[in-house]
Design a protein around this ligand. Structure first.
Ligand code: SF4
Ligand code: SF4
Length: 385
């Protein structure tokens, strides 16, 4: 162990104190966090040990363990002592980021940072192409007075699989007569996931630029597709003394259906199971709206798989893990797709770009292309209106 790879213990304690208070000291080492953590379904991992080492300033910042946490939120909701595990682990990543010390699995994050800093997205695509997904889909540029800013998020703007979701959303909004617009290349990534990798400075820069853009353009209400954008706009941007009204698409779809703004023209005769994304469910309590919206679709059979609602099994993509390599055999998304198949579902539906990315990969890796489809909730709705 070299001096460069170990942060001074006082610094570790101070940084953790700043972001999570001293809650980690409340830990009485019961180990419940390790019992519920999805990592322990695929390998050995101990949040209990991370918390213990951090409490004593003994963290070795070059080790991989602190980079494994997907910030899924299962262990904080189970912890009997209200230890803030996610805040603690993000604090440790902040120290590692400041020191520039990363294990091999976290190295891809450096290139992501460069892309975020240069182009405002993590996908290494030019900023000027951010609105290309909307061409030919009757999408206005947002100006003051329009009801909603629709903020698709980086993956829906650029990723070839996920632009289909942005387009399905725009088609539904147009059919429902929603007054919405986009800001395209004026937007940055919301910054949620890079913050969880410990790059506080880059998060603040992305957030400040977005806030300035929103204010200059008269934005009041933001409609989002990604639970990660939802979380950061709603719960983290208020740290900058702003409060935008933030609505997730699953909430808005239910509202449109209940208000008679969408007419069903077809049935959807399939067995469907809904996966709760961590940042929509556990982090923000949105469980019922997507299920209620799905249940209103004629012909649909909505079934629950194992580990649903508050116990939802993480897809593995949160906390910046979407950018890191997870070896075969350790991917939670493989387990989740297996659970959906075991429940008898023909379609695994969700409402998060990271979940869809991971599930599509798993579906292919498991040779389930003919067995199960992976869809965003908007893609199902688009088929029946
Ligand atoms: S569940 Fe809470 S109290 Fe128990 S070991 Fe984990 S962090 Fe400590
Ligand atoms: S937040 Fe989730 S991934 Fe992270 S340690 Fe807790 S249970 Fe494991």
């Amino acid at each position: 162990m070299t001096m460069e790879t170990v942060a001074p213990s006082k610094e570790i304690i101070d940084v953790i104190k700043e972001s999570g208070g001293e809650a980690f000291k409340l830990c009485y080492q019961c180990g419940l966090c390790d019992t519920v953590c999805p990592w322990n379904r695929v390998r050995t991992f101990s949040m209990r040990k991370i918390v213990r080492q951090a409490a004593f300033g003994l963290t070795e910042i070059e080790v991989e363990d602190m980079w494994l946490c997907t910030t899924c939120g299962i262990c904080p909701q189970q912890c009997p002592r209200d230890v803030k595990q996610i805040e603690s682990v993000v604090s440790l990543r902040r120290i590692a980021t400041e020191y520039g010390v990363f294990p091999a699995s976290a190295k891809p994050v450096s290139a992501i940072r460069a892309s975020l800093a240069g182009e405002g997205n993590p996908l290494h695509v030019e900023r000027k192409k951010r609105a290309e997904w909307a061409e030919g889909h009757s999408v206005k540029t947002f100006t003051e007075g329009i009801d909603f800013l629709y903020f698709p998020g980086c993956y829906l703007c650029y990723d070839p699989r996920l632009v289909k979701v942005a387009r399905a959303t725009a088609n539904i909004l147009n059919l429902a007569g929603t007054d919405f617009g986009i800001l395209g290349s004026k937007e940055n990534c919301c910054g949620e996931s890079i913050r969880k990798t410990g790059d506080e400075e880059l998060f603040k820069r992305l957030a400040r630029e977005n806030i300035k853009t929103f204010i200059e353009n008269g934005v009041k209400k933001i409609l989002v597709s990604s639970p990660h954008c939802y979380h950061t706009f709603k719960n983290e941007y208020p740290e900058f003394m702003v409060n935008f009204e933030v609505v997730h698409i699953s909430q808005y779809l239910l509202e449109l259906i209940c208000n008679g703004k969408l007419d069903f023209t077809k049935e959807y005769r399939k067995k469907v199971t809904y996966h709760d994304p961590c940042y929509l469910g556990r982090h923000n309590g949105i469980y019922e709206e997507p299920r209620e919206a799905l249940k209103k679709i004629p012909g649909i059979e909505l079934i629950e798989m194992a580990d649903s609602l508050e116990d939802s099994l993480c897809c593995g993509g949160g906390g910046g893990r979407i950018w890191m390599e997870t070896p075969k055999g350790e991917r939670f998304s493989d387990l989740r797709v297996e659970q959906a198949v075991a429940a008898g579902a023909e379609v695994l539906v969700t409402s998060c770009p990271y979940c869809i990315t991971n599930f599509e990969d798993s579906r292919l890796a498991l040779n389930y292309s003919e067995v199960i489809e992976v869809k965003d909730i908007t893609e199902i709705l688009q088929e029946v209106i």
